[in-house]
Design a protein around this ligand. Sequence first.
Ligand code: URA
Ligand code: SF4
Length: 217
Amino acid sequence: MAAAHDGIERPGAAQWVPEGADTAALAAAAAQCRGCELWEPASRVVFSAGPPSATIVMVGEQPGDQEDRRGMPFVGPAGTLLVQAVRDAGIDPTEVYRTNAVKHFRFEQRGARRIHKTPEAVHITACHPWLHAELGDLSPKIVVALGATAGRALFGRVVRIGAERGRVLEGAIPDSPALSLLTAHPSAVLRMQRDPGYDEAYAALVADLRTAAAAAQ
Ligand code: URA
Ligand code: SF4
């Protein structure tokens, strides 16, 4: 059991992951996961959405407030922006398998509000057996890492979005034959909404998604 710097015990998800299970069985099993402390304050696990036959898989960071309430990934504000960007890239969003590096919402309660807290490396590591099992069952042409948390989970190392985004990579995901591509997290684009750089940031996300779609042909 990994002893973390904060003294919290995190056995990791492995013991809850059924061997050889398909994504539906994995999603059902994940409701029982106690691999780290994030399950307890969250309302429910948010596993994934989309067809297991998808040629494009998109991996986000973690469910947000809306996702936690509804049990579906990418249904909040960042998800809405992503869906629009996916459409603008010429991809049918319902054809994409959508999942997250961390399956429970990490937040800080402030009064009635739940403020998103970025998952740490210990949470990415604890939750990784789920993502690994998903990729073992799926057979996408390309896996898109949305942001630094997804990049770290998929590639097993710290990534830098600015320096590494937008390139189709071969063999970057350990144990997966799929191509991969790193891009910005939709929340990062959303946060720029009132900035002069927003249009450019949105266009860059769409351009990266177009590159991924072309590689998936
Ligand atoms: N919604 C998700 O499910 N994941 C993200 O990374 C962002 C929003
Ligand atoms: Fe398990 Fe992942 Fe939830 Fe932690 S975040 S309890 S490892 S499913």
